[in-house]
Design a protein around this ligand. Structure first.
Ligand code: ADP
Ligand code: ZN
Ligand code: ZN
Length: 743
């Protein structure tokens, strides 16, 4: 038998990934040494015995085998966080394709040698009665920020300083002013620990029968030791979050830890606060605006056992908890759960792997589940739970559709249909709020015919052309350019033009302000949320009814709960249908249903108006009737026909190089290698230039491999990786298994 060697890391941290040492694995323990194992090794000149972790195993000695030292013993310990994280990284590297170092760097926190900041809290010093009096005073004086903070403190008398400033968007000056008035004080953690009664936690709401049935079923299975993946398909506002919290409560009571993933954009003060109110300071949050040091601090708290629940975006999966019992993924259909960097992992899949390592369950939730998850539920792989009604008894909003082509025939050329205009007026008169949603994807001023709906496309790519200055139409992907003709090539109509201008939401905002001068209008898009805190400021201002109309992009559709919003207008529903990837219809359906879900969440009935040029498209039709099942069936027909996920799997291989020729040649030989290596039913497409064939002077070629069997694709990826290592080419190769975006 060949001698085997292990790469061992002694100080496991992101910074030391390059400092590994090779040791021989003695035959007697070979079957117990695996990636992640903790081993004892003789180290340094004095052969001091120290512990390390195995990162890789091979039969390839890096140095003279005679001089390579041997591992002394293996001490596998299932409770070690490091062991679990290394195993996870190894799985990620193997499945998604990347180096072990990159995979490890993804799961390990960056160590920072800075002293942890002292945790501060803002504390209410008044009695509830006094606080209510002050609150009335501030409200009457329109001191909005002070009122906002006070309202929260009446609910919870002590709140993390970071939350108050970052999420509640209260300035340090405001806090100071309240301190000076003797209304609040700011205390350090030590003091906070000693003074605040942990029973400040709020009572759980009483679950309604359908919520309770789900929570009870989960808990009973959990108690029996059943671990699986559950999908809660619950309409918007059906109380999924309450159900998660009930499940979490149970798992935490079993002394195990919980990770809750929420799309960054929905990680608002409202959501976070609900968790703090329920679970007190055993909760921590992560978000991408945290510095490395702050993130490291939160991970350290988890490692020390100071918290039980971590809430955050996909990277929260790598919280170093020693015994995870449950992973919740809210809004599981969100595309931000897929990483766009190597390894290009999907949080849902990693969660399932992590759960199997820890013996945990996974709970997915969405009003519009991804086709993949719903398919898995139908196939019996996931257990499906359904919540078909809104929790507070609110009715789902009435949904009306406006055919923009008809609107045009009657002489209305504005972006606002007559129906939507009248409805907005009505809401303003009633002192209610309106959200206007512009589905902006693909809207860089694309040109369409208002009579027949035809979109002007690039002859070389499956994308729409964008309008530029001087009447030029350009393809952003291939550079193709032509002059505007002013007539529709399909029907000859002259009613052809760019929808809005390039700025999209900005144009809408201006138009709305002109049409409704009495209204206060807020806009939320990438431009108005550049600074830290902008996003929260707009949302909290809208929540406090400081504005009547909120205009925005998909940013506004995620999980927010505004009780006074009774009308949601969707200005051009079909825009995202023009995107070029196979998920365009799914994404459109999800956006429409989620946007509609913002209306009428409280006692006031809601209305949704969808304006579209394609009222007959199945994604639009199904969104109108909120009929997920109908959409799913139609979409599965299409996926099945073309063998797109989940009816098959797809591996996208991207080859990048500064040199176009080298790129093409290498892509060609790689494709040939892949073709030669395949066995069974696999189809290889390409190489072809990527849809975006060049970015920043780097050429991109694609090879797509399709198979019904994901394992087959992983093998093909391994072959391709090996081939790349063996060649001299400078081209960079990366992999994406079941891509979420078109390349
Ligand atoms: P989802 O996560 O499905 O969108 P939420 O859990 O956010 O739904 O619930 C929507 C609203 O209904 C929230 O304001 C929540 O507090 C409330 N709610 C949920 N369940 C109940 C319940 N059983 N009783 C009263 N209110 C509830
Ligand atoms: Zn093009
Ligand atoms: Zn036309």
């Amino acid at each position: 038998m060949k001698d085997m060697y292990a790469e061992i890391i002694v100080d496991i941290s992101c910074e030391n990934l390059d400092h590994t040492f090779q040791y021989r694995i003695p035959e007697g323990i070979a079957d117990r040494v695996c990636v992640g194992s903790r081993v004892l090794i003789p180290f340094g000149r004095g052969n001091r015995e120290i512990a390390g972790f195995v990162l890789d195993i091979s039969d390839n000695p890096r140095f003279d085998p005679q001089k390579t030292k041997s591992i002394i013993s293996v001490q596998n310990d299932d409770t070690l966080v490091e062991q679990k994280l290394i195993m996870l990284a190894y799985w990620m590297k193997s499945r998604y394709g990347s180096t072990m170092n990159r995979a490890l760097a993804t799961v390990l926190p960056v160590k920072k040698n800075i002293r942890a900041k002292e945790k501060k809290s803002v504390r209410l010093l008044l009695s509830p009665g006094e606080a209510m009096e002050k609150l009335e005073l501030f409200t009457a004086k329109k001191m909005v920020a002070r009122a906002r903070l006070l309202r929260e403190l009446i609910d919870i008398p002590s709140i993390d300083y970071r939350l108050v400033t970052a999420k509640l968007n209260i300035s340090a000056a405001t806090i100071k002013a309240l301190c000076d008035q003797g209304i609040v004080d700011v205390v350090s953690e030590r003091l906070y620990r000693n003074t605040v009664n942990p029973t400040a936690k709020s009572q759980a709401v009483e679950l309604n029968p359908s919520q309770k049935k789900i929570a009870d079923d989960f808990i009973s299975e959990y108690t029996k030791g059943v671990r699986s993946t559950y999908l809660i398909h619950g309409v918007t506002g059906s109380g999924k979050t309450e159900v998660y919290m009930q499940m979490i409560d149970h798992v935490v009571a079993c002394n195990r830890q919980v990770i809750v993933l929420i799309p960054e954009i929905a990680l608002t003060y409202q959501t976070v606060m609900r968790f703090y109110k329920r679970f007190g300071d055993r909760v921590s949050t992560l978000h991408s605006k945290l510095s490395d040091g702050e993130r490291y601090d939160q991970f350290e708290r988890a490692r020390k056992g100071e918290i039980d629940i971590m809430i955050g975006p996909r990277s929260a999966l790598f919280t170093p908890f020693s015994d995870i019992g449950l992973i919740v993924i809210d809004e599981e259909h969100e595309h931000t759960y897929k990483s766009d960097q190597m390894p290009k992992y999907h949080a849902r899949e990693v969660a399932e792997k992590l759960a199997s390592i820890h013996g945990a369950s996974v709970v997915l939730g969405s009003a519009t589940p991804s086709i993949e998850s719903y398919h898995a539920a139908k196939a019996g792989k996931y257990k499906l739970y359904v919540l078909s009604e809104r929790a507070k008894g609110a009715l789902l909003p009435a949904i009306n559709c406006v055919d923009l082509r008809e609107e045009l025939k009657s002489g209305n050329r504005s972006m606002l249909s007559e129906k939507l205009r009248l409805s907005i007026e009505e809401r303003l008169a009633n002192n209610e709020q309106v959200m206007l949603f512009l589905n902006r994807r693909g809207l860089a001023g694309f040109v369409s015919c208002r009579e027949c709906g035809e979109v002007v496309k690039c002859p070389h790519c499956d994308v729409s052309l964008s309008k530029h200055k001087y009447g030029k139409l350009k393809c952003h992907y291939c550079g193709f350019e032509k002059s505007e003709t002013g007539v529709c090539e399909k029907c000859g109509s002259r009613l052809i033009g760019a929808m809005g201008n390039g700025a999209g939401t900005q144009a809408v905002e201006e138009m709305i302000k002109k049409s409704f001068p009495q209204a206060v209008v807020l806009r939320m898009d990438a431009d108005t949320t550049k600074q830290k805190g902008d996003y929260e400021a707009i949302l909290s201002s809208f929540a406090n009814r400081e504005a009547d109309i909120l205009v925005g992009t998909q940013m506004i559709v995620k999980g927010h709960d505004f009780p006074f919003v009774t009308l949601v207008g969707i200005l051009a529903a079909d825009m995202s249908l023009n995107a070029s990837d196979y998920r365009a219809a799914e994404r459109t359906f999800q956006l429409l249903v989620q946007a509609a879900g913002r209306a009428g969440r409280d006692s006031r009935p809601g209305e949704v108006i969808i304006q579209t040029y394609r009222p007959d498209h199945y994604a639009v039709k199904a969104a109108m009737t909120q009929d997920y099942e109908a959409f799913y069936e139609e979409e599965m027909g299409y996926r099945g026909l073309l063998k797109y996920p989940p009816c098959g799997h797809m591996l996208a291989i991207m080859i990048e190089s500064k040199d176009e020729k080298e790129c093409a040649v290498f892509a060609g030989s790689l494709a040939e290698e892949v073709r030669n290596g395949i066995i069974g039913k696999v189809s290889v497409i390409g190489p072809t230039p990527a849809t975006i064939s060049r970015i920043k002077d780097i050429y991109r070629f694609m090879i797509y491999v399709k198979s019904e069997n994901a394992e087959m694709l992983i093998k093909i990826k391994d072959t391709a990786e090996e081939y790349c290592i063996g060649t001299e080419s400078n081209a960079r190769v990366s992999f994406d298994l079941d891509p979420m975006n078109a390349y």
